[in-house]
Design a protein. Structure first.
Ligand code: PMP
Length: 391
């Protein structure tokens, strides 16, 4: 029976980690996998999370089961940071904890399918797992161009989608720090998207996986909050894995917004049933640590300060790249306007290979770089390598 299975290719980015680790060159540069790195190349545990974990060890009385919704105090503590003061009242929104943003995306699409959605429109390129999850669920992914060649959002393509799609269609939007392009909507563009969505029967799904790593916690939630205020129904997939540095602890949340509380109660009961069938309940530890940070003013301040320093470092690297102007055939100027950890460079697979072999620069075959892999000490060497390979 099992010999009927086809071999699946390994995750390309995870394979790249192994290649990078095996490379003895001391000045190698890792721009592959999407984790934040300090100027020393480390991905440390946040100080606030370390403190919260210590308190958890000291105070946690039991590890007995929660339910498929996980730790609801974690979800409630997160809500003001995500939705701000605009959180719709009257029970129109409810949420649950999920295993990472991936679990939340899975629940969003699974619930959308149960509600009758058959097609999901998504700007491409996107995080590869979006398409994989849709494929696994038997939903049709309908691609459109996310960005134009000048490195800004392709609003014409999005407007066309919104004009032509309707009932039974969902629209997937990245809330901020678009992965892989770094091309975000401006507040003015979000205003336009929200009003177009208000006039459309499409179901919006917002994936917010990098809040706080673009322009700030409130700024990065502008799109989500604006759409939430404009439309009756919305699904939100959220990750705490980047902005709390919890990656392997798998911390995420999922929210449903409906027109009336009664619909939200039913929707959440369906999401809980899907969670039960998929993973039963989310892992507790990371979510509990986030809850302890958010319930303590001093820990919250420490978390926000550390997040701000990460955001500033990413901004500095972006500014330095943009100031370099052109590196060979690559225009780096748009990187200064783009947000978050990722950017797409117009390089061929062969050039990516040469960057790796001849210069020790490790990046995804697609041309995506993790800007956080660069530092003030290696950024000039990276630009020189890019110049040499694409010039
Ligand atoms: N959405 C996007 C756009 C992402 O880039 C990622 C992570 N790479 C996720 C969701 C999932 O994040 P997590 O690691 O929390 O599952």
């Amino acid at each position: 029976m099992l010999d009927r299975l086809d071999q699946q290719s390994p995750d390309a980015l995870l394979a790249l980690i192994k290649l990078h680790n095996a490379d003895p060159r001391e000045d190698k540069i890792d721009l592959g996998v999407g984790v934040y790195k300090t100027a020393d190349g480390a991905t440390p545990v946040f100080r606030a999370i370390k403190d919260a974990e210590q308190r958890l060890v000291d105070r946690q009385q039991s590890k007995s089961y929660l339910g498929p919704e996980g730790d609801m105090a974690f979800v409630r503590a997160l809500e003001p940071h995500v939705f701000g003061t605009a959180l719709p009242s009257g029970g129109r929104i409810d949420g649950m904890q999920t295993p990472g943003g991936t679990g939340a995306v899975r629940l969003a699409f699974g619930l959308a399918k149960k509600a009758g959605i058959t097609r999901v429109f998504m700007g491409v390129p996107s995080w590869p797992n979006h398409a994989q999850i849709l494929d696994d669920l038997g939903l049709e992914a309908v691609p459109f161009d996310h960005a134009t060649s000048d490195g800004t959002a392709d609003m014409a393509a999005l407007r066309q989608v919104l004009a032509n799609a309707g009932e039974g269609d969902a629209l997937l939007l990245h809330g901020c720090c678009h992965n892989p392009t770094g091309v975000d909507y401006t507040p003015v563009q979000w205003d336009a998207i929200a009003s177009l969505l208000a006039d459309s029967a499409m179901l919006p799904v917002i994936d917010l996986a990098y809040q706080g790593l673009g322009d700030g916690m409130d700024e990065d939630a502008y799109g989500l909050r604006t759409v939430s205020a404009a439309v009756p129904e919305l699904l939100v997939a959220y990750s705490c894995d980047k902005n709390f540095g919890l990656y392997r602890d798998r911390v995420g949340a999922f929210w449903v917004q409906s027109a009336i509380a009664d619909t939200t109660v039913r929707a959440i009961s369906n999401a809980a049933a899907l969670a039960r069938a998929n993973w039963s309940m989310p892992p507790d530890h990371g979510g509990a640590a986030v809850r302890m940070v958010l319930e303590d003013e001093a820990l919250t301040a420490s978390w926000l300060a550390e997040l701000a320093s990460m955001r500033e470092r990413i901004g500095e690297v972006r500014a330095r790249l943009a100031a370099a102007g052109h590196a060979g055939g690559v225009d780096l100027a748009p990187l200064g306007r783009q947000k978050g950890m990722f950017a797409m460079l117009p390089v061929s697979a062969a050039q990516v290979q040469t960057l790796r072999d001849a210069h020790g620069v490790y990046m995804a075959g697609s041309g995506r770089i993790n800007v956080a892999g660069l530092t003030m000490t290696n950024v000039d060497r990276f630009v020189a390598a890019l110049d040499a390979v694409t010039g």
